[in-house]
Ligand binder design. Structure first.
Ligand code: KIV
Length: 275
């Protein structure tokens, strides 16, 4: 299969074909996503919680992000791979942003980068530097405390207008797509109509140009909290615990390894003189 391109995503929006995106953070997850045919993989900074056990996204470093992008690139040649810019890697301004994004692309090997917040001057500098940018507006987890916590954004008319304006100005700055997180469904529809670039929703209702979910949330691999907007398509975590318990019990009672798991070739008699 050929690599998913920005042009292809744009055409999907034009045709009204929904775009699918999911996070992945290592080689084996990427191989599974590749098999599913999902168009975009986000190596999201949510890996800070799901893979590294941090309480939030702020602790994650660019080195750690690169470490996780590399195996995803190896495991999934077809989907577009988005590398997430970590907190503190672009808030000093355009020059720092270009340096950090260059590292994600050159050292990690991702195809494009994503960054949170309304920072058109940074997006403009990145795009002028040849770096494709996906914006992320609405609820932006890296700065959630400044937005009043993990809450639905854009609930008043003024706040909704602000989000539409941000979307337009990020498009004008050259972003090729946007992630829109945790807004009322009708605002998701309005933002998607207001811009010509694909808007990928997460908790933004049914009328965006596509949807994104966190791998661990949708598969039941992370049980610290589950936002209302997540659908769990499987309970993989429970199945893993069941298998681990069965393995433990079988070892304890001598049922594993069985006849079919052992190597013959020598008898006890052959080895009787070995001390
Ligand atoms: O890091 C992440 O997983 C994200 C998604 C919530 C879109 O940014």
């Amino acid at each position: 299969m050929a690599k998913v391109t920005i042009q292809q995503l744009k055409e999907m929006k034009q045709k009204g074909e929904q775009i699918t995106m999911v996070t992945a953070y290592d080689y084996s997850q990427a191989v599974l996503v590749e098999k599913s045919g999902i168009e975009i993989i986000l190596v999201g900074d949510s890996l800070s919680m799901t893979m590294l056990g941090h309480p939030g996204t702020v602790n994650l470093t660019t080195d750690e992000m690169i470490h996780h992008i590399k195996p995803v690139v190896k495991g999934a040649p077809t989907p577009m791979i988005v590398g997430d810019m970590v907190f503190g890697s672009y808030n000093e301004g355009p020059a720092q942003a270009v340096r950090s994004a260059n590292r994600l692309m050159k050292e990690g090997g991702c195809d494009v980068i994503k960054l949170e917040g309304h920072c058109p001057e940074v997006v403009d500098a990145l795009v002028k530097g040849g770096i494709p940018v996906q914006g992320h507006i609405g609820l932006t987890p890296q700065t959630a405390s400044m937005l009043g916590g993990f809450k639905v954004q854009g609930k008043s008319l003024d706040a909704a207008q602000k989000i539409v304006d941000e979307a337009k100005s990020l498009e004008d700055a050259g972003a090729f797509s946007l992630v829109l997180e945790c807004v009322p469904e009708e605002l998701g529809r309005a933002v998607s109509k207001a811009v010509s670039i694909p808007v990928i929703g997460i908790g933004a209702g049914r009328y965006c140009d596509g949807q994104v979910l966190v791998f661990h949330d949708m598969l039941g691999l992370f049980d610290k909290f589950l936002p209302k907007f997540v659908k769990q398509y499987a309970q993989v975590g429970q199945e893993i615990v069941r298998a681990l318990e069965e393995y433990k019990n079988e070892v304890k009672i001598g049922a594993f390894p069985g006849e079919q798991h052992i190597f013959g070739g020598l008898s006890a008699e052959d080895l009787k003189d070995i001390k």
